[in-house]
Design a protein around this ligand. Structure first.
Ligand code: NZQ
Ligand code: ZN
Length: 386
């Protein structure tokens, strides 16, 4: 285990009927910008609950943040923040609305040339405008971390940002929101959280027994609740465990003191930017190829995962490791998620070379936990995923 520091200042308010607690969590003198997505909150009752809780506050609204939050739309919201003299942001939505809100939190106090620089030049946000969230879709963990990913349609780019100033002040997690989520998004949420754990686990043994077991327990919980939540999203026990697993998968805890990979996400973001494929699905496309391509350097953890998470006790390390990859692929397929790029687009030819070229241009020359994965390797991994 390597040295680490850990601080996560986000207050989590978890459980049934907790949206009403907004009333006491937001500073009373705040002028609030309520941010939401394409309108699901107006159909499932979440909007009414939020509005009721905000009854005595000064609130302006900005709806229409799309999945994969779009820079051009967020720039309109930034204008509202400035003209309305907003002092507090409230995100009500999934990862896209929360990430869009994080961008705004940073951009509102940014004094550089253009807010795109925050993303293009990887400028960390040390202080942002205060914001809270009401999570409507368990998946990304954005509700308890300080990262965000923003899309720019104009240049077909999807770039990350972050910094200690981007932790939400609080996040409200009411598992009852799960019941209105479409099956496709439930499958996405399970897959995204599963992959967040694997990005921080599927590396090499680092003597971090507790982090390994935290990671394995989240994976096992996701495997256990997946069929339950897809069959019955009103199952409160399944919904609660789903929601908390997604948050715990990416709130910083399991990555402390261990090597992390994140190559699957880096490549996956390109597939969303190029083809609009749902974030989680891009991960399911890339992960099996990535693990097969990097088999030698990852096989010890792959075998440990196969043994502890999938109960594969027979065979050599190589055999168990291979079975771990197969089990992962089958798990995604059983959720209704295909693991081949050609299932999502006919225009995949040339994608591998294009992504490799983009990584070279950005100077992303050393990916993965060993920092040895080159753009040339990335090209081969994407080709394997066709
Ligand atoms: O926009 P509305 O109408 O609200 O509908 C949304 C959207 O269409 C719908 N939805 C959300 N809650 C619902 C609901 N529908 C019915 N009932 C509810 N309760 O679901 C659709 C997808 O929402 P979105 O927020 O896009 O999904 P998700 O939470 O999966 O977020 C994906 C985004 O987060 C980024 C991804 O790259 C992607 O842009 N990520 C953010 C991370 C982070 N900040 O830490 C890490 C992740 O790896 C990821 O990159
Ligand atoms: Zn993700």
């Amino acid at each position: 285990m390597t040295n680490f520091e850990f601080k996560n200042p986000t207050k989590i308010i978890f459980g049934k009927n907790t949206i009403e607690k907004l009333t006491t969590e937001i500073p009373s003198e705040a002028k609030i910008l309520l941010l939401y997505g394409g309108g699901s909150i107006k159909k499932n009752g979440i909007y009414e609950q939020v509005k009721t809780a905000l009854n005595n506050f000064d609130v302006v609204e900005f709806g229409g943040i799309p999945a994969n939050p779009e820079y051009a739309i967020l720039m309109q919201a930034l204008e509202v923040i400035k003209t309305e003299k907003i002092t507090f942001l409230l995100a009500v939505g999934g990862g896209s609305v929360i990430d869009g809100t994080k961008f705004l939190s940073s951009a509102a106090l940014f004094d550089g040339d253009t807010p795109w620089d925050i993303l293009a030049n990887s400028i960390p946000t040390i202080v942002g405008m205060q914001f809270g969230t009401v999570l409507t879709l368990p998946a990304t963990g954005s509700e308890m971390n300080s990262g965000a990913v923003i899309t720019r349609a104009e240049t077909k780019e999807k770039r990350g940002m972050g910094g200690p100033g981007l932790f939400p002040l609080f996040s409200i997690l009411d598992p009852q929101v799960v019941k209105s989520i479409p099956k496709r998004q439930l499958a996405n949420g399970i897959t995204d959280a599963f992959m967040h754990v694997l990005e921080q686990y599927m590396t090499y043994p680092a003597g971090a027994y507790l982090q390994d077991r935290f990671a394995e327990s989240i994976l096992q919980t996701l495997i256990e609740i997946a069929p339950k939540i897809l069959t019955d999203p009103t199952d409160h026990i399944a919904a609660s465990n789903f929601m908390w697993s997604c948050t715990m998968a990416l709130n910083g805890l399991i990555q402390k003191g261990v090597p992390t990979d994140w190559a699957v996400h880096a490549i996956g973001h390109e597939l969303t930017a190029l083809f609009g494929i749902d974030h989680a699905r891009t991960l399911a496309i890339i992960a099996p190829s990535h693990y097969a391509y990097n088999f030698e350097s990852k096989k010890e953890k792959l075998a440990q995962y196969a043994e502890r998470v999938w109960q594969i006790t027979e065979g050599t390390i190589d055999e168990k490791a291979k079975a771990g990859i197969t089990k992962t692929t089958v798990f995604f397929n059983d959720l209704g998620i295909s693991t081949k790029l050609s299932e999502y687009t006919d225009a995949y030819d040339g994608t591998a070379a294009l992504i490799s070229k983009r990584f070279t241009e950005r100077g992303w020359l050393e990916l993965g936990e060993h920092k040895t994965l080159t753009p040339n390797d990335v090209e081969k991994i994407v080709e394997m995923a066709y």
